[in-house]
Design a protein around this ligand. Structure first.
Ligand SMILES: *Cc1c(COP(=O)(O)O)cnc(C)c1O
Length: 408
């Protein structure tokens, strides 16, 4: 039997059924009218932000990385909880605008920004985190045509990466950011061109669980920002330290010790070099803020046995849960936290695989794991579904379409 990932804190059973936001998932399914269904708990999101704020130095601003979960009601909730929003496309700009989020709170990173995306962002007053020199010249030219002053920051490709991170976004040759040694010259040219200089964005990796590795990376980012400020002779109004804090998805994963990260960052802030005394710092986080607040609920439509192995066939699958199927940035497939939601907390009775309804062997939500005996009609819950689920899965595959999403 293969182990399942750890179920996040904050979930309980009501009469043997998994509850989200105080109500059994069966009621939410009834309300939604169908499965599969994503449920996002507003209380769990609020609690996560509050817990993080309590651990971090007060002067650290928190940004939400929209790509983790761009569902409108989730963005509206975050509008009252975090300081800023990081977007990575013109489409995400439209989503934050639709959620009523002021553009002055938004920064736009990401390679390959098209002219019309730059234009929309500059016109709205969004800060651009520039990914190349060529992008800087295009932005400045577009701003001139618009008669606007662009707000420009440089995304730095640091020479270090975040140790133990699931996705490395810095160190060596990368499509992200501008190599650190070329940054001071560009910063001077941006200021000379009359742009509003916003500082640096230094993002070294994502999905790390090791607090001391995260703290080391933040210290390196602060040292790099100071060095770049000194070399360019230009002050740094704002410095985005990146994110990197991950969540436990797999058996044996432990949550990030955010208290340690906060203490180490407070030490850094207490000993800032002169160049950074006036700098505002922020962290940008996606999955850490929403991942564990989401559950994907799907219904068992068939139960079959093949060569002695039990398969629970659901009406969901990788078209909504690419990451849980093991096909989004993982090398070795391991099980996410998955449970039979309508027999929540019941004893393990058998080994079974939970599969989806797609015609591909990749469509597996849990592999040879232990479950209470489940039948057609039972609901399955996939946890850690709040980030990179609905928006990062190929919902058009096999004509399936999107799942319902509810913020509850
Ligand atoms: C994807 C991304 C994030 C969010 O990453 P998480 O692992 O969800 O926290 C933050 N910043 C940038 C620049 C990104 O590309």
């Amino acid at each position: 039997m293969k182990a399942l990932g750890p179920i996040p804190a904050g979930y309980e059973a009501i009469d043997g059924v998994l509850a989200v936001a105080g109500r059994p998932v069966t009621e939410w399914v009834e309300e939604a009218g169908e499965t599969p269904l994503f449920l996002y708990s507003a209380d769990l999101i609020r609690a996560r932000v509050a817990q993080l704020r309590a651990a971090m130095p007060e002067q650290l601003a928190l940004h939400y990385a929209v790509k983790a979960n761009p569902f409108g009601p989730v963005l509206e909730l975050f509008s009252g909880l975090v300081d800023g929003f990081d977007i990575a496309s013109g489409g995400e700009l439209a989503l934050v605008q639709a959620a009523g989020i002021a553009s002055a709170r938004v920064s736009f990173a990401g390679p390959g920004k098209r002219d019309r995306e730059l234009e929309a962002a500059i016109a709205a007053g969004v800060t651009l985190n520039l990914e190349s020199e060529a992008e800087a010249w295009r932005a400045i030219a577009i701003a001139e045509t618009l008669g606007m002053t662009p707000r420009l920051a440089i995304r730095v490709n640091p020479s270090f990466d975040l140790k133990g991170s699931g996705m490395k976004m810095g160190g060596g040759a990368k499509q992200f950011g501008i190599d650190a040694e070329r940054v001071p010259a560009l910063a001077r040219e941006i200021v000379a061109a009359g742009a509003e200089w916003r500082g640096f964005h230094i993002f070294a990796g994502s999905q790390a669980l090791d607090a001391s590795a995260i703290a080391d990376t933040q210290a390196q980012a602060i040292a790099l920002a100071a060095q770049l400020a000194q070399e360019s002779g230009i002050a740094v109004p704002h410095c985005n330290l990146g994110g990197g804090m991950g969540i436990p998805y797999f058996p044996g994963d432990m949550p990030v010790d955010v208290t340690l990260v906060g203490e180490r960052l407070a030490e850094q802030f207490a000993a800032l070099p002169d160049e950074l005394r006036e700098t505002e710092f922020c962290m940008e986080l996606g999955r850490y803020l929403v991942g564990e607040a989401g559950v994907y609920v799907t219904r068992i439509v068939d139960r079959k046995v093949s060569h002695g192995e039990v398969f629970l066939v659901t009406d969901g699958g990788l078209h909504h849960q690419l990451a849980a199927s093991g096909n989004f940035g993982t090398v070795v497939r391991r099980n996410y936290p998955v449970a039979i939601a309508t027999r929540y907390g019941a004893e393990v009775e058998e080994e079974a695989s939970v599969v989806g309804c797609l015609c591909t062997p990749l469509d597996r939500l849990a592999d040879k794991a232990g479950f209470p005996q489940a039948d057609v009609g039972d609901l399955v819950a996939v946890f850690c579904a709040g980030a990179y689920g609905a928006s990062a899965s190929p919902s058009a595959f096999l004509g399936q379409g999107a799942a319902v999403e509810l913020l509850v």
